[in-house]
Each structure stands twice: as C-alpha cells, then as structure tokens.
Unconditional design. Structure first.
Length: 307
C-alpha cells in the first residue's frame, strides 16, 4: 500500500495512473460531455446534498480505496454551536465519514488543532459526537504527536505537522465558508492550518503565501465545502446570529482552488469584491499549478434537490 506522500510523488512523475485499480477509475461521460469535476448541490437535507455532490464527481469510491486510513479535517477551531457557523456542520462531517467507511476505509480520523480549548470546541461544535457516532476516531491533537517536517514551501520550511496526517493515505478537507478578520474569508486552503502546530500566528505575516504552501504540501484528496450556513461578518469566531446566512449549499471537488474561488461568491456584498482574482491566495495557488480559479469552467455541475 502506498502512503499518501509516496503516491503524490509517483503521481507527479506521471506513473500513478497505471497503478490504480480499475474499480477506482471514474466512469466516462457521455460523448461530447465533460466529466463532472466540480459540483454544487443545494438542498435542505444536508446529508443528501453531500452524497449528491460527491456522487456527481465520481462517488466516494473514486477517492477512497479499501483499507485506506483517511484523515478528515473539518473546522473545529471554536467553542461555538453549529448554528453560529464558526465550525463545520456536524451533519456534513457525519455524512462524509459514513461515506468513507462505506467505500471501505479501514480507519477514519477526525481532528483539528483548535484555537479555543479543544475539549470544549470538539463538544460544543457537535463534531465529536457526530464523528464518533459515524465510526471515526476523534483524538485531541496533543503536542507530543507533532513531528518537525520539511514543508518545502516558498514561505513555510520546517514546521510541526500532526503525525497522523503524515501517516494517512488520504486527506478529506471539509471547511466551512466564513468571514475572517485578517484574510477576509476562510475556506479550504486556510482550513489546512489546523493540521500544523507551532507558532501559527507567524503565518499571518504572509498569510496568502502561507496557506498556499500548506495546500501544496498536504494536497487533499477531496475537498467538500460546507455552506449550509455561512458566517458573513465578525469571523472567524462569530457569536451573533445576525451574521449567519443559511444557504443549504455543498460544493465538492478535488481542486481546492476552485472551491475557494466559488466560496467567495457566496458572500454577496459582504466583501468589496466577489471576484476571485481580488483574493491573493487564489491567484498564487493557481500560479503554482494547484488548481483553477475558474470554478464554473469545464466539468461544472449545479443541482438543486427537491425538498
């Protein structure tokens, strides 16, 4: 079995395609139709929306193989209940874990290096209970479990990384869409900050460059954006329901740059601009070949589920 980083190196060399089992290859589209690579699903049933979004881009079996150890990364950073939209919706997390286990994963780990007290954040976000009910392990990120790692970034070099992330076969990133006081918005790339330790406040000095370095190193297998509720102001913690907007929307893609480009458009007039080109981290990530800022380009599908 290849570990995640070995697989990425092989993939970069162009040899991985011949090593994939046939049952992991995505179905070909109809003649003249692009395969769906970016899906947006709107529906009041968040579990159904998650399943449909992943189904549209090939199904969970396209991303998770039998026997995999999968690290699922929601946003659990804050001691807030789900209704305040500061953390990933627990129903979304639970559904993703269930789908990963249905695809044959041996183990699912759910964790985050929280900003507020981890025990309170894990509990009050509802994620600990939801994840454990679905069959995941939900450890706290103890300092002894971090390993000094060469991120090989343009800004980030040696940094503490949670050991179980390094050892996982796959990473599934589940950010929530919300406002952030420093970066305007926090979506998929910034959510990866929860996988590292050390003095993360140093990253804020060059935040766009830092989150792009994290995206380049971790390269999540799949990103599922939670926009069931979004936080439009006073992020990242929030605290008042007047800043929460319910959108009942899920997006899914292997391309976290497209996810972030799409996520910005959800905020309406909350920002001076909703053009992805005006958000530096998106442009930097696209320049480094991590994905496309054209979220509505080839392979885009948008579906509304019946209530």
């Amino acid at each position: 079995m290849l570990n995640r980083r070995t697989f990425i190196r092989i993939l970069a060399g162009g040899a991985a395609a011949s090593m994939l089992p046939l049952d992991n290859l995505r179905a070909f589209p109809f003649p003249g139709e692009d395969p769906c690579t970016f899906s947006v699903v709107k529906g009041s049933d968040s579990a159904a929306a998650v399943r449909k979004a992943v189904e549209l881009i090939g199904g969970m079996n396209s991303f998770v193989s039998k026997g995999d150890i999968v690290f699922v990364k929601p946003n659990i950073s804050w001691d807030r209940p789900p209704v305040q939209a500061a953390t990933t919706n627990p129903a979304v997390v639970e559904t993703v874990i269930t789908m990963v286990l249905e695809a044959g994963a041996k183990r699912v780990i759910v964790a985050d290096n929280t900003c507020n007290d981890a025990r309170r954040s894990y509990t009050n976000s509802g994620i600990k209970t939801a994840a454990e009910n679905a069959g995941a392990d939900v450890p706290f990120m103890e300092k002894r479990k971090f390993a000094k790692t060469d991120l090989g970034g343009e800004i980030l070099k040696m940094w503490d990384v949670y050991r179980e992330v390094l050892e996982a076969d796959k990473i599934i990133n589940i950010p929530i869409a919300k406002h952030h006081g420093l970066s305007q918005v926090t979506l998929s790339m910034k959510n990866l900050m929860g996988l590292v330790g050390g003095n993360r406040s140093m990253m804020h000095q060059k935040l766009p460059e830092s989150v792009v370095d994290l995206a380049a190193f971790f390269r999540p297998t799949l990103t599922i954006l939670d926009a069931v509720r979004i936080l439009t102001a006073n992020g990242p913690q929030g605290g008042t329901l007047k800043d929460v907007r319910r959108l009942d929307t899920i997006a899914a893609s292997t391309d976290l740059v497209r996810i972030d480009a799409f996520g910005i458009t959800l905020f309406g007039d909350a920002f001076p601009s909703s053009d992805p080109a005006d958000f530096r981290h998106i442009g930097l990530a696209a320049e480094r070949g991590l994905g496309s800022a054209d979220f509505a380009g080839a392979g885009f599908r948008k579906v509304t589920l019946e209530s």
